[in-house]
Structures are given as C-alpha cells and as structure tokens.
Write a protein that binds this ligand. Structure first.
Ligand code: COA
Length: 378
C-alpha cells in the first residue's frame, strides 16, 4: 500500500512500533509494571538503585549484586576537570535542561573508546551516566549562583547525594525517601516521546550519548517532562485555595491546557499518582506547607467535575519538589536523573535487535512542476 492510501496516525497515537520487555503500561487498569513488578510496590519497598538494576537486568538484585552495583555507581560520580571548566562557563541564566543536555553531550566526547558499541560497554556507560548526572546538576546549581562546586559523596544514596551536591547538606530521611520514591516512579514508562526519541536516534547506529542527549531535548518540552515545572508555576500563580476553583473554570472556559492533567495513554488515571500524592502529603505534613496540596485538591476536583480529566505524575511531583526546597527549573532535570535508567535500557534493547526506525509521510505539497531559470521567474 502506498503512503497516499494509508491511514495517518497523527502523533503515532495507537501505533505499536515494536516489542519491549522493560515495562508495561496498562491504562485499562491504571497499572504500570517494570519487568513484571508493580511500580507502587517497587516505590514502597525498593531503593532507586535496586530499581535501576532491575530496569537494566530484568531481575531485582540480590544483596551481593546490589552492593557491587552501588559501589561501582558511587565510584563514578566524579566529573573531569575539563567538564567542570566548561560548566563554569555556561550562561547562568540557561535552563538546567540545556546545561544537562550539553554536559551529557560533552561526556560523549570524553569517552576513551567511542568505537566500542557492544552491550557490556553500553551498560558500563549507562551506570556512569546514572552516577554523573546528579553531579552535573549539582555543579550547575552551584555555578549559576556563583557558588563553588561540591564534590559528590560515596557514602550516600543517589537521592541523598543529589541534595548534598546541590545544597551541601542532606535533609531528613523522610525527605530523602519521598525524593527516592519520585525517582522510582519516573524511571521508566514505555514508548513515551523521549524514550522513543532515544530509540530513533540509536536505530541509525548512532551512540548512546547522542541518544540520551536527544532524550533530554525531547523531555524538556512542557507537554512531556516540562509539565512538573509548569504545575508548580501554576500553583504559585493561583496562590490561595480560595482562588483555585475560579482559576480552573476560567482556564477551561478559555480552552487552555492545564499542566499536570491528561495523558496520551492513561485516560482514567495515572498509575503513579496515588503513590506520589501520598509522599507529597508526607512532605506537606513534614514542612507544614499544606497550602499547595489544598490548591491542588481543588483543581483536581474541579477538573474531574468539568471534564473528567485525571492528573498525571507531574501534578503531585511538582509541589513535592517545591516543599523539598528544590528550585523549580530543576524539576525536569530530576526526571532525567531517574529516566536515564529507562532511556539507556531502551537504547540497549533497541541495539540488541536493531531495525532502522523510518516511517513514511503522506505528501500534501505542490504537484510536480518544472524548474524555470531565475531570469524567467516573475
Ligand atoms: N487541560 C485541559 N484540557 C485537556 C488537557 C489538559 N491538560 N488534556 C487534555 N485535554 C482535553 C483536550 O483539550 C481535548 O479536549 P477536546 O476533545 O474538547 O478538544 C481532550 O482533553 C483530549 O485531549 P488530547 O489533546 O487529544 O489528548 P492527548 O492525548 O493528545 O494529550 C497530553 C495528552 C499529555 C499532551 C495533554 O493531556 C496535555 O497537554 N496535558 C498537559 C501537559 C502535561 O501535563 N503533560 C505531562 C504528560 S505526563
């Protein structure tokens, strides 16, 4: 069948492009599993490190495997002096997603064996990316405020170390746990836009750093990862619970897309929301900042009543990060810190049985015509 006779699936909606073993999104029952394990159970019972291992290896690690993996990850958290120098020169007003995209791209140029594309080398690179991304984030967090770089610590979890490299201190265990839970929930989600982007990039046999750089670029957009930042800006704009209902009614009347609501796949609720809401609520109790979730509850109820559209993960994660004291423009980079596991797993899965991703388009431009020399054109 020619492209002209084919049905067009705009936004690839409903199109199944390949198989995957990594995760399954089940919108009909609001469920998400990583290699068969429900994400809610993983979030409550496992650390982000255990989940990273699961995503890459297909099984939860035993104690020995976890200890070895943790040691390997912690030993690679440092950054080269040249990358630090480059990051010092980044424009201070730059968005941290742009800073991260450039830093990951730079890391690709530092790879000593760029010609190696085997699975073992790519897994090693994936662990290094997992280890270094929080350090890069911390470096930019500090440099843009004119502060000195804080070296990562090897005695902290990935979640704990993130706070250390940004703020120079580690918050209470309750805060670290809520942050860790968010990393587990953000780690993997099927063929979403950024993951699919990484697979498209490496399907031409481009390298893993190029795939991840492109994934960051895709995730930045407000229709994807950027929504968690947009949610918090919206809550700040609304300011008070008393204004929330009217704000939502006006937004819907003006046919505006309200950030943090809706999903391409989940139409009856996002499987990750109840767990993240629970931990956002814990942050509200812990910090005494109850107002943001009060506003959020009213927005959610009003949206449900008016349009029946449910919130997605970005809706509770935005205010949770705010209550943890993280700058708003760092919320999407946190998503990167987690999704690096899913992206790299998909890159390796794509490369293990690769087929160039190359769809067709239906041409709706001008009919065929002849070129007239420039002197003869009117
Ligand atoms: N606010 C208001 N209305 C929304 C909405 C939102 N966040 N999300 C969907 N809708 C409405 C659409 O306007 C449309 O209404 P209509 O049929 O009257 O035109 C209907 O719901 C279907 O939406 P559609 O745009 O077809 O859904 P989609 O699958 O293409 O979009 C998103 C999915 C995620 C892009 C979309 O819901 C969105 O932009 N959400 C806000 C951004 C966000 O939170 N992104 C994070 C996703 S995890």
């Amino acid at each position: 069948m020619s492209a002209e006779d084919s049905t067009i699936h705009r936004g690839l909606e409903g199109v199944v492009v390949d198989t995957t073993r990594i995760s399954k999104v089940m919108p009909e029952i609001n469920a998400l599993v990583y290699h068969g394990y429900p994400v809610q159970e993983l979030a409550e019972q496992c650390s982000f490190e255990e989940v990273a291992w699961l995503i890459w290896h297909g099984e939860l690690p035993n104690a020995k495997q976890l200890a070895e993996f943790t040691a390997a990850e912690r030993s690679q958290r440092g950054m080269s002096a040249s990358l630090l120098d480059v990051m010092r020169k980044f424009p201070r007003a730059a968005h941290p997603m742009d800073a991260l995209r450039t830093a990951v791209s730079f890391l690709g140029m530092e790879d000593r064996e760029p010609e190696k594309e085997d699975a073992t080398t790519n897994l090693r690179r994936s662990v290094a990316l997992l280890a270094k991304i929080p350090t890069m984030m911390g470096a930019f967090y500090r440099f843009r405020q004119g502060q000195e770089f804080i070296a990562p610590r090897a005695d902290l979890s990935i979640a704990g170390n993130f706070f250390h490299v940004c703020f120079g201190k580690v918050p209470a265990p309750e805060v670290v746990k809520a942050f860790d839970v968010s990393l587990v929930l953000y780690a993997e989600h099927g063929f979403n836009a950024s993951t699919f982007t990484t697979r498209v990039v490496v399907s031409s046999l481009s390298d893993i750093y190029s795939g991840v750089t492109a994934g960051i670029a895709s995730l930045k957009g407000p229709l994807h990862g950027g929504a968690n930042e947009a949610v918090m800006k919206m809550l700040l704009e609304i300011g008070e619970p008393a204004r929330a209902r009217e704000w939502m009614l006006t937004a819907l009347r003006e046919k505006r897309k309200v950030m943090g609501f809706g999903h391409r796949v989940y139409k009856h609720g996002d499987s990750r929301v109840p767990t993240m809401k629970k931990y956002a609520r814990k942050m509200a109790e812990f910090t005494g900042q109850t107002k943001w979730l009060d506003i959020a509850d009213i927005l959610e109820a009003t949206m449900q009543e008016q349009k029946g559209i449910c919130p997605n993960l970005d809706f509770p994660s935005g205010p949770a990060y705010y209550m943890m004291g993280v700058a708003i423009d760092f919320y999407t980079p946190i998503f990167v810190m987690a999704r690096i596991t899913g992206w790299t797993a998909h890159i390796m899965e794509q490369l293990a049985d690769n087929r160039l991703i190359r769809p067709l388009s239906q041409y709706i431009g001008h009919g065929e015509r002849r070129v007239v020399p420039v002197s003869g054109r009117s």
